[in-house]
Design a protein around this ligand. Sequence first.
Ligand code: GLU
Length: 282
Amino acid sequence: MTFRTRFAPSPTGPLHLGHAYSALIAAQEARAHGGEFLLRIEDIDQSRSRTHWEDQIYDDLAWLGLSWPRPVMRQSERTKAYARAVAQLTDAGLTYPCICRRADIEAAAGAPQEGVPQFGPDGRIYPGTCRARVFPESQDHAIRLNMAKAVEGLTELSFVEKGALFAGAHRLDAARLVETIGDIILVRKGMAASYHLAVVVDDAEQGITQVTRGADLWEATQIHVLLQRLLGLSTPDYHHHDLIRDDAGKRLAKRDDARAIATYRADGATPEDVIEMVGLTP
Ligand code: GLU
């Protein structure tokens, strides 16, 4: 099987050094394996995505010396594929509509109890309010996965991590998925899919054999491996790399314009300078 990995940025701000690091690692791995490096534009959140940021992504990555096959997959063009995946889960009886607003969820969550996790990789663990609630279908709603049902009878859920931080085979525990992640959102109100659903459907469609991305997404990987199983998709290997931090040790954010690749470019840096800045060799 051809080794295939990807870089999947969201066009919601300028790429910074952390993105350069991630893209360069993915491209270097592809080269080392004689495989392919793909780019995917994760513009599922149309309210935050901007075309000029997408153009800047192409420009910055090309400037860094990277190339990728075209046309590039863009999530905004994949609505039908996401709808098919949701229908598959719904037909299996694993989803339910949810009309809760953030404030409703906060209110229903109640006081924290010792030893009971409140937050997971999908945010606040959903208290289950809508699981048995009946309301008109026309009402604006999100769609959630019924986690307890989803994991029923599932065995041997596992994936292989290639990165040094968490290297090895990792087995998922069904009871812990219910307790520490809960009923995740599959479709957000006003959006075609949640990040989790889209990333799983797209990695499969692109034939990704290794997902290369930052360690901030490590916990979310459990969700992705579960969704792959439920949708009958194969699980790729994973490589979660360390994160580039600022001088204060804080993870770089899109808002952090000072670390934007475009800022270094404007200041006269060469691609080699940026590659060295993130600790890689050109
Ligand atoms: N689009 C995500 C981001 O920009 C990355 C998704 C992934 O690599 O799985 O943080």
